[in-house]
Design a protein around this ligand. Structure first.
Ligand SMILES: Nc1ncnc2c1ncn2[C@@H]1O[C@H](COP(=O)(O)OP(=O)(O)OP(=O)(O)O)[C@@H](O)[C@H]1O
Ligand SMILES: O=C(O)[C@H](O)[C@@H](O)[C@H](O)[C@H](O)CO
Length: 173
């Protein structure tokens, strides 16, 4: 049950290209929640590294989550769906401590399938080193009962329907 003055925060998480933005926009539309894309909070240095297919440093990830949490604290009221990789446990914990009722959905699955999808999206080949480094940076849920893991190989429609049911139950909407 959502507590009064505790807006829902739904975090769609997972490695680059797992389908976060796709699912998050569908959920935001369904629930009429604010949609936030974590990529919009990147600093210039991060953008350059992403363009060059270089992994983010831990320092960059730290300043990135700082900007996101400051924004969420300063704009607390609206219920929100956030597309954010959340690869580090510590950064997920930061999101739990903001005064929202947070629930996480992790899109997880096969690296090769993500490669295929990304390559057909961008029209150019994504080096496999990028995804390899994303999978090694991902700290899988451990004692985090507020994270639901869904297999990314499912269709967008199935992922959306399953997520809506999970969220209805979690928030008792
Ligand atoms: N369930 C799905 N089935 C098939 N294709 C999908 C699915 N979800 C997303 N895609 C496709 O995979 C690609 C990556 O999806 P999306 O941009 O949503 O991922 P992302 O995790 O937000 O990526 P990034 O980390 O780069 O922002 C897109 O081309 C999208 O249309
Ligand atoms: O490594 C991470 O912490 C993130 O996954 C980023 O590197 C994403 O790749 C970037 O936001 C582009 O989507």
């Amino acid at each position: 049950m959502i507590k009064p003055n505790t807006p829902p925060l739904v975090v769609i998480m997972g490695v680059s290209g797992c389908g976060k933005s796709s699912l998050a926009t569908r959920l935001a539309k369904h629930f009429d929640y604010r949609f936030l894309e974590a990529d919009d909070f990147h600093c210039e240095q991060a953008k350059k590294r992403i363009q060059q297919n270089l992994p983010l440093t831990e320092e960059i990830r730290e300043s990135w989550i700082n900007r996101i949490t400051v924004f969420l604290c300063q704009n607390l009221q609206p219920p929100t769906v956030l597309a954010y990789p959340g690869l580090r446990r510590e950064h997920r914990q930061r999101l739990r401590e903001l005064g929202y009722h947070s629930i996480f959905i992790l899109l997880h699955g096969d690296k090769d399938l993500i490669s295929q999808r990304m390559n057909s999206r961008d029209g150019h080949v994504l080096p496999s080193s990028v995804l390899t480094s994303q999978f090694s940076a991902l700290q899988l849920p451990e004692n985090e009962p507020d994270i639901f893991t869904l297999d990314l190989q499912q269709s967008p429609e199935t992922l959306t329907t399953t997520s809506i049911a999970l969220l209805n139950q979690a928030f008792a909407l």
